[in-house]
Design a protein around this ligand. Structure first.
Ligand code: NAP
Length: 239
């Protein structure tokens, strides 16, 4: 790798949108590290992207593993954080244990990850945090997903101020039908949900994984963009 090669670190790069971002960063010649739960699994998935891609164990429910994942290694130009723990729970029937896990992963965990990465970030580095459109468009059972995704917007703005001049942005995708989690859901009968979303979307198409990747690379690269939450949703109308 040359001195000018950028290094992209994707927490949650072992699956779905994070994996696609890691693949895209690798395809454009960047040094890539991915992290997820399980050293052997992360290493195997990393090698599927490329022989030089690092795969590390990192569990956002285990803060020691977060510190360990960032303890050594080259400076990080781009940090992307995607993990989610999918929890359906409502205020009326609240699952406290699962709700707490999601808050730990997506709120405390994201902040702890950035904090652990800081010694390896440069003034020119940029960060992208993953939220989601449930932040402002709840459905029954989305209580915790809406809360944490709303929290990502505040986190982004706070970090953009606190970590200046490092840039921090977030992305809020709408439903991404070709992501593995939705491909599984569609196989189990969720197609009417997808069709209802398309009907509400003026562009008549929902975001694809590659649309999300394109947007993440834009946020990582564009040096004028800071502290924003980019909605990728085809202009969906909720009323
Ligand atoms: N897909 C969509 O339609 C959609 C829509 C809106 C928003 N989003 C947001 O986009 C992000 C990515 O979604 P996705 O569909 O790509 O999800 P995904 O395929 O389920 O991937 C989730 C990633 O999170 C990692 N992860 C989960 N728990 C973890 C933990 N405790 N510690 C470390 N890593 C953990 C998983 O890695 P391991 O299993 O290897 O640990 C995996 O790499 C999420 O934040 C989601 O809310 C997605």
């Amino acid at each position: 790798m040359s001195e000018n090669t950028k290094h992209t670190f994707v927490v949650g790069g072992t699956s779905g949108l994070g994996f696609a971002v890691a693949e895209a960063a690798h395809a454009r010649g960047e040094e890539v590290t991915i992290a997820g739960r399980g050293a052997a699994r992360a290493a195997e998935i990393a090698s599927a992207i490329g022989p030089d891609v690092r795969g590390l164990h990192l569990d956002l429910e285990d803060m020691a593993s977060v510190s360990a994942a960032f303890a050594d290694g080259p400076p990080i130009d781009h940090l992307v954080i995607t993990p989610i723990h999918r929890v359906m729970t409502s205020v009326k029937d609240f699952n406290i244990a699962e709700a707490s896990r999601l808050a730990q992963i997506k709120l405390t965990g994201y902040v702890a990850t950035v904090s652990a990465a800081l010694p390896r970030l440069k003034p020119t580095s940029s960060i992208v945090l993953f939220g989601g459109l449930a932040k402002a468009n709840p459905y029954i059972g989305s209580t915790m997903i809406s809360i944490v995704n709303g929290g990502i917007v505040g986190m982004t703005r706070t970090m953009a101020v606190e970590l200046s001049p490092i840039r921090v942005n977030s992305i809020s995708p709408g439903l991404v039908p070709d992501s593995p989690s939705w491909e599984r859901a569609i196989k189990h009968g969720a197609n009417p949900v997808v069709e209802a979303m398309v009907a509400r979307t003026p562009s008549r198409r929902l975001p694809t994984t590659q649309d999300v990747v394109h947007a993440v690379l834009f946020l990582l690269d564009n040096r004028a963009v800071n502290g924003i939450d980019l909605e990728i949703d085809g202009g969906i109308q909720w009323v």
